[in-house]
Design a protein around this ligand. Structure first.
Ligand SMILES: NC(=O)C1=CN([C@@H]2O[C@H](COP(=O)(O)OP(=O)(O)OC[C@H]3O[C@@H](n4cnc5c(N)ncnc54)[C@H](OP(=O)(O)O)[C@@H]3O)[C@@H](O)[C@H]2O)C=CC1
Ligand SMILES: CC(=O)C(=O)O
Ligand SMILES: [Mg+2]
Length: 591
């Protein structure tokens, strides 16, 4: 085993991967307790070996009925459990049967959250083995409803809440988190939760859900994941009046007050966990999202999932779809409904890839891409009044007030919805796009399902079965004229787990656009002929661990090529190395 690991790690000894030994021989003094002077404050963490009743109450180590006879003896469990011993597989079968009995998705969500709080490994075993069935429960669409009702369903904290009350003490708050070796943080301020708007502190469901996918889909250890919600208030009047609301009961802080809290957080994270911790920004409103990414992109390892992850997954889908719709990327004309984080992020990455393929300047390739926002088509006469991230898309054209007008004027071959507004791809719009495309590519990215620009049924019916369709939240297969159409899920969940794993295993210290292209390329390559035959432009989520290992390897390879990887020497076989680093939820035997 050791020689195998040595080979895939490029000859480096396995022992070198353990926490770095200090001169004194202990593990790294993460919190500076050993070298603290007498007047410095330290956190008095203590560790003990769990046994007996407390072992059954510890979700990280509890195995429930799967504790063996020997473990029951050595860990004082006799009598605390009924006599039967179940295998993990039997526990999984029993739990899946009980989860399937719930009719209401939110009940399934709560059952999964309760399982995570009771038995973490079993939770991940269920999620990994039944990913296509459970993804819509722990992630979109159900997680959206969970966030809306988070105040009522809140049981135990699953992440860190950093509110304005903690201003000046953020570093201390981080030290309250029981895990020290954090590798990935997903942080939100709750202002744009999916397409549901400002959910304030209740947005916590999103970092929690995203990080459970980091583990299940990308293999990052659960203990290395930290969900964070920054609470600066909410402008959601319903929540402010809700007696069960769990967040600060005030309007959102903005300007300097907001910037200061975020800066304190970013500084404290780097101070506490070092330079290689990945901070994923999630579901911030666009007026903060672009600013934060630009501000911290040069000093921290930051990634905005809504701008960058979405761009990478959609580019992969478009590239894969070329096999079905024909032509090269540059042969196509793109029209977006929605010119925010997702829309302009995707547009920019498509233009970048087009520019790399054709050697044409970025300013030229951008001209193949058009965006519509709430005021109509983005055109040059609007330039002065546009937010900065929309300005590169203000092409020469007369004003067009709505999407239908834009579809008629631009004649796109690819129509992408990133508006957060449901049912905006009307019958007339889909019929018009289908009138000048043999196979229109239609992507309705907005989440959750209620906000999807159209349903799978609508896309297939109104295009008379000719559309290649993918959506942000899943839709069931749909039969039209005797043929079964299987819609793909264009969701950044394909990208961020593998992308983050690639950064972690290479010890990357910065994110670069070429890494997004690398991730996108490896995802597109994994679409098989069998997938294409069903009209799919993404491989199925059932193979996501393999997909993530491939994405991680490609991203890590790019990090080494760009000189931003710090784990040296570079492992010889990055796919095998990524696989060997992935967390397994199978129970361990206790001595
Ligand atoms: N599938 C996936 O993986 C992902 C999906 N998404 C989804 O995309 C959606 C948008 O997210 P994001 O880009 O971050 O949001 P933003 O708020 O940044 O952008 C929304 C854009 O939609 C425009 N818009 C809103 N209403 C209308 C309307 N009625 N007609 C035309 N344009 C409209 C806005 O216009 P204006 O600027 O004028 O206000 C804005 O340009 C969300 O539903 C989110 O869930 C996001 C990330 C990933
Ligand atoms: C998928 C996602 O990140 C979003 O809808 O915001
Ligand atoms: Mg998001």
């Amino acid at each position: 085993m050791e020689s195998f690991l040595k080979e895939i790690r490029g000859g480096e000894s396995v022992l070198d991967l353990s926490p770095r030994a200090t001169v004194g021989g202990g593990v790294e003094d993460v919190y500076g307790e050993d070298c603290a002077t007498e007047n410095q404050l330290v956190t008095p963490w203590t560790y003990s070996v769990a046994s007996g009743y407390s072992l059954l109450r510890d979700p990280h180590h509890n195995k429930g009925l799967a504790f063996t006879e020997a473990e029951r003896d050595s860990h004082y469990l006799r009598g605390l459990l009924p006599p039967v011993v179940f295998s993990q597989e039997l526990q999984e079968k029993k739990l899946m049967a009980s989860i399937r009995k719930y009719q209401v998705p939110l009940q399934k969500y709560m059952a999964m959250m309760e399982l995570e709080e009771r038995n973490e490994r079993l939770f991940y075993k269920l999620l990994i083995d039944n990913v296509e069935e459970l993804l819509p429960i722990v992630y979109t669409p159900t997680v959206g409803e969970a966030c809306q009702k988070y105040g009522s369903i809140f049981r135990r904290p699953q992440g860190l809440y950093i509110s304005l009350k903690e201003k000046g003490k953020v570093l201390d708050v981080l030290k309250n988190w029981p895990e020290r070796n954090i590798q990935v943080i997903v942080v939100t301020d709750g202002e744009r939760i999916l397409g549901l708007g400002d959910l304030g502190c209740q947005g916590m469901g999103i970092p929690v859900g995203k990080l459970s996918l980091y583990t299940a889909l990308g293999g990052v250890r659960p203990s290395a994941c930290l969900p964070v919600t920054i609470d600066v208030g909410t402008n959601n009047e319903t929540l402010l009046k809700d007696e069960f609301y769990i967040g600060l009961r005030q309007k959102r802080a903005t300007g300097q007050e907001y910037d200061d809290l975020l800066h304190e957080f970013m500084t404290a994270v780097k101070q506490n966990y070092g330079e290689k911790v990945l901070i994923q920004f999630e579901d911030f409103a666009n007026h903060n999202a672009f600013k934060l990414l630009a501000k911290y992109g040069t000093t921290h390892l930051v990634f905005n999932d809504d701008i960058q992850g979405t761009a990478s997954v959609v580019l992969a889908g478009v590239v894969a779809a070329l096999k079905l719709i024909g032509g090269t990327l540059a042969d196509h004309t793109f029209l977006f409904l929605g010119a925010g984080e997702a829309g302009t992020g995707i547009a920019e990455l498509i233009a970048l890839e087009m520019s790399k393929q054709t050697k044409a300047p970025l300013e030229e390739t951008r001209k193949k891409i058009w965006l519509v926002d709430s005021k109509g088509l983005i055109v040059s006469s609007r330039k002065e009044s546009l937010q900065h991230f929309k300005q590169p898309w203000a092409h020469e054209h007369e004003p067009v007030k709505d999407l239908l007008g834009a579809v008629k004027a631009i004649k796109p071959t690819v129509l992408i919805g990133s508006s957060g507004v449901g049912r905006t791809f009307t019958k007339e719009i889909i019929e018009t796009v289908s009138s000048f495309n043999e196979k229109p590519l239609i992507m309705a990215l907005s989440n959750p399902t209620s906000q999807s620009e159209c349903t799978a049924e609508e896309a297939y019916t109104w295009s008379e079965g000719r559309a290649i369709f993918a959506s942000g939240s899943p839709f069931d297969p749909f039969e039209y004229n005797g043929k079964l159409f299987v819609p793909g899920q264009a969701n950044n969940a394909y990208i961020f787990p593998g992308f983050g794993l690639g950064l972690v295993i290479s010890g990357a210290i910065r994110v670069h656009d070429d890494m997004l292209l690398a991730a996108s390329e490896s995802l597109a390559k994994l679409v098989s002929d069998e997938n294409y035959d069903k009209g799919l432009i993404y491989p199925p989520f059932s193979s996501i661990r393999k997909i993530s290992a491939n994405i991680a390897a490609n991203v890590a390879a790019k990090a080494y090529e760009l000189g931003v990887a710090t784990r040296l020497p570079r492992p010889a076989n990055l796919v095998k190395y990524a696989e060997s680093c992935m967390y397994s939820p199978v129970y361990r035997t206790y001595r």
